[in-house]
Design a protein around this ligand. Structure first.
Ligand SMILES: Nc1ncnc2c1ncn2[C@@H]1O[C@H](COP(=O)(O)OP(=O)(O)OP(=O)(O)O)[C@@H](O)[C@H]1O
Length: 314
């Protein structure tokens, strides 16, 4: 299947010499939700801005819908929507006007019914005649989304769509993003909230210091890089581990009272091994009085990756 968006060897060096993107390659499949995860300053916004024509790349190519954006920017751009991090709109405008105006910017004929549908889907219809400045932060965020949807884009970028919003609004946003996907919109979102990527995304890309560290299906990433961690608290300190237990990925704490397991592969193997270890302990006559077991989340994987690669890149 031809990617809806293809980025090749994209580099952006800002004036002053900061390399915000470093040879980025990325292909986005039609209809997917792709989450771009990265710490502050990783280059997420720069990447989106480069695709949306707001930042000029230093080198590399970006094609969307099969067209090279540097050659045929206008037609591809009309099929792209961007929900930026911050509101860059006239705060005195009324909601409905602002959203209709966004549609007009792309040369589309006014479509009151479609605008009404968008405003209703975002619970903004009751606020349609209010000035944007009078809305709460969460409602302003919805206006940003409505404006980005006004021209019915096929490819939608959401730059930190839920940064700083409350949990309820975040859940609403997730539902909304899910509904957009149902309509066939391809979605790329950047987020600090790993929970968001875990909940929403089909694929996840991890970016750090302008480099893409890894791109994979979310489930594959979790099963490939997932880990089980367990701490088994022993009733009495021991000085040595029996050989059959030492064969597992375990370490004994300095005081000899805790057995720490770190292994598995996100497929359930870790839990099985921990169960086997407890059986072996019982067989060896070693009592334990607690097991604390933890399956790693996408967050743990992300933190591990970013920390592990930090040394390599610096
Ligand atoms: N206009 C600019 N001129 C110079 N440097 C810039 C400019 N815009 C961004 N940068 C730098 O480029 C790097 C990447 O920034 P970018 O905003 O793309 O990161 P980000 O991953 O979106 O971060 P955040 O999660 O904090 O929004 C940062 O070091 C930033 O300071």
């Amino acid at each position: 299947m031809q990617p809806i968006l293809e980025i090749r060897d994209l580099t952006k060096v800002y004036q002053g010499g900061l390399k915000a993107l470093d040879s980025v390659d990325l292909a986005i499949k039609p209809g997917e939700i792709f989450a771009l995860l990265g710490p502050n300053g990783a280059g997420k916004t720069t990447l989106i801005a480069a695709i949306c024509g707001l930042v000029r790349p230093t080198s590399g190519t970006i094609s969307a819908f099969g067209e090279d954006l540097s050659k045929n920017w206008r037609s591809a751009r009309s099929r792209i929507g961007l929900v930026p991090q911050e509101l860059a709109t006239d705060m005195f405008e009324k909601v409905q006007y602002a959203v209709s105006y966004s549609r007009g910017l792309f040369g589309l004929a006014p479509d009151a019914a479609r605008i009404e549908e968008i405003l209703k889907s975002l619970s903004l219809w009751d606020k349609r005649d209010e000035q944007i400045r009078a809305l709460s932060g969460g409602m302003k965020r919805r206006v940003l989304i409505a404006k980005a949807l006004a021209h019915d884009p096929d490819l939608l970028f959401l730059d930190e769509p839920t940064a700083g919003v409350d949990v309820e609004l975040r859940r609403d946003m997730w539902k909304l993003i899910g509904a957009m996907r149902e309509r066939g919109v391809t979605i790329i979102l950047t987020t600090h909230y790993i929970e968001e990527a875990e909940e929403m995304a089909d694929r996840v890309g991890i970016i750090r210091k302008g480099q893409i560290l890894m791109v994979d299906d979310k489930a594959a990433m979790m099963s490939r890089l997932g880990r089980t961690e367990a701490i088994i608290t022993l009733s009495e300190a021991i000085s040595d581990l029996p050989a059959d237990i030492a064969a597992y990925p375990v370490t004994l704490s300095e005081d000899g009272k805790e057995l720490c397991y770190r292994g598995g592969d996100g497929s359930g193997k870790g839990k099985e091994e921990v169960a086997d270890i407890t059986k072996a302990l019982t067989k060896a006559g070693i009592d334990y009085n607690g097991i604390d077991i933890h399956e790693s989340s996408l967050e743990d994987i992300f933190v591990d990756l970013v920390e592990e690669r930090a040394g390599e890149i610096e």
